[in-house]
Design a protein around this ligand. Structure first.
Ligand code: M6R
Length: 369
């Protein structure tokens, strides 16, 4: 059932282009706009929404952090993202005009379920983004947008994460479309970009051998740090989470702009630092700032591993190792930049002799508190 792969995780990483394409299937109509019939919250109700709150745990929370950028960009509605385990014990300010989005692969995560109950008690509508048909979270929500990743067996979430990102972009674009917040052209162009992204995920997968080789050389390290900015910041958090759960290594993700506020003190000789480099096009100021972050940490002895777009030459002099990803629009970069981090963590786990699909102390769905 592992389809010739040593681990389910490897199989599921390889399935990502299809999972992404399947999640888009039937949701983009021939005219190039979105039809999300399953989202049974009516357009007039969606036009009333004045706040979006995303609740989730673990990897799904990271998808939520990325979704915030797309939702605020395409809808101009304020969006908050909160760990379900924190949200459920707060007294959040919600009402009938708040849209709460609960993201969960399994649909059974206790904290996320409790968070959505908490939101519904306050009259908010809840939209679930879920991968498991008929599970508890979608059953208790007002509407559900299913991700079509297929069954995810490995404890470490991979293809579910990419499809959660796709579903989040679909929601952001759909809300933008319904509310008419952005020029139709911009939404249509973004839908087109999204419809092509699975090909880019496929291309990244073809270039993963050097990432594996690099991971093997780091098997005896104690710490790996991850840096990112903008949508690259949650990608850094996700890279660190994967490494913790699979390689049992100390790994931390930071917002690159925070380096000077503390984390730079951690940089010492030969510590590996993975940097997610934003595109030099678009928000080029972010790119330039990250390049100077790479320079700074390298000057202090870090071993820099840059994940950068094809054709980005500015990083070359400062990257000890360079991992190339295809050119994508900024908001879609997480779909390609996360893949090498999954492969990296999986290979490090193997090199350290760890059980990849069933890491110690972890369960696939966390149905207890
Ligand atoms: O099933 P869910 O998406 O609700 O699960 C949430 C987290 O438990 C899950 O993403 C966890 O962090 C993964 N093991 C990470 O790889």
């Amino acid at each position: 059932e592992k389809g010739g792969y040593d681990y389910f995780m490897l199989k599921e990483i390889a399935e990502q282009p299809k999972a992404v394409a399947d999640t888009l299937l039937g949701r983009i109509d021939p005219s190039g706009s979105l039809t999300l019939d399953e989202v049974r919250i009516s357009p007039p109700e969606l036009r009333e929404v004045d706040k979006v709150v995303i609740v989730a745990c673990g990897t799904a929370f990271h998808a939520g952090l990325i979704a915030k950028y797309a939702i605020e960009h395409f809808t101009r509605i304020p969006c908050e993202v909160e760990l379900a385990s924190e949200f459920r014990y707060r007294d959040p300010i919600l009402d009938g005009r708040s849209l709460v989005i609960a993201i969960s692969q399994s649909g059974e995560t206790m904290d996320t379920l409790m968070a959505l109950r908490h939101a519904r008690e306050q009259g908010s509508k809840v939209l679930a983004i879920c991968n498991t048909n008929g599970s508890t979270i979608p059953r208790e929500s007002d509407a559900v947008l299913y991700t079509h990743a297929g069954p995810e067996v490995a404890v470490a979430s991979t293809k579910a994460f990419l499809t959660q990102l796709v579903a989040c972009y679909l929601v952001a674009l759909y809300l933008g479309q319904v509310r008419g917040t952005k020029w139709g052209d911009e939404i249509q162009a973004a839908i087109k970009d999204l419809s092509r992204i699975s090909e880019d995920v496929e291309r990244v997968l073809e270039t993963m051998e050097p990432v594996r080789a690099l991971a093997r050389t780091l098997a005896t390290k104690n710490t790996v740090l991850f840096l990112g900015r903008h949508v690259g910041y949650p990608v850094a958090l996700e890279g660190a989470l994967k490494l913790k759960e699979l390689a049992y290594m100390h790994a931390e993700g930071f917002a690159a702009g925070e380096l000077k506020h503390g984390p730079i003190a951690l940089i010492e000789e030969d510590v590996p630092v993975v940097v997610v480099v934003p595109s030099p096009r678009g928000r080029s100021v972010l790119h330039d700032k990250i390049v100077s972050n790479i320079q700074e940490i390298r000057a202090r002895g870090a071993r820099t591993i840059a994940i950068a777009e094809e054709g980005d030459e500015a990083v070359v002099p400062y990257a000890d190792h360079l991992i190339r990803v295809p050119v994508t629009p900024t908001l879609l970069q997480p779909l390609v930049a996360t893949v090498p981090l999954q492969v990296f963590a999986c290979e490090l786990a193997t090199a350290r002799g760890n059980e990849v699909d069933q890491p110690r102390n972890l369960a696939k769905s966390v149905t207890v508190e």
